[in-house]
Design a binder for this molecule. Structure first.
Ligand SMILES: [Cu+2]
Length: 86
């Protein structure tokens, strides 16, 4: 294992912030689809995509809600760490 490589992977999992609109919530799968604005930290443009989330994070949210959220992104997995509706 190359330690330098591991450090770079850890850095990729830092928390990023975004704002957007909830398009779909799937409680069974623990996913939420959000149309989010640009994420400068990750050099992401605005897009609609799925995030993993816990039932506790999703239970007070509904489709159409405007939200601000924080997440980690590693490979194809983006996982919400906190989410709040405006
Ligand atoms: Cu995205």
């Amino acid at each position: 294992m190359d330690n330098m490589q591991m450090d770079q992977n850890d850095a990729a999992a830092e928390i990023a912030k975004a704002a957007g609109t909830i398009r779909k919530i799937n409680m069974e799968k623990g996913t939420v689809t959000i149309a989010h604005g640009p994420v400068p930290e990750l050099e992401w443009p605005a897009m609609t995509m799925g995030f993993k989330a816990t039932p506790e994070q999703l239970m007070n949210l509904k489709e159409g809600d405007e939200v601000e959220f924080e997440f980690t992104s590693k490979g194809m997995d983006s996982v919400i760490t906190s989410i709040n509706s405006d």
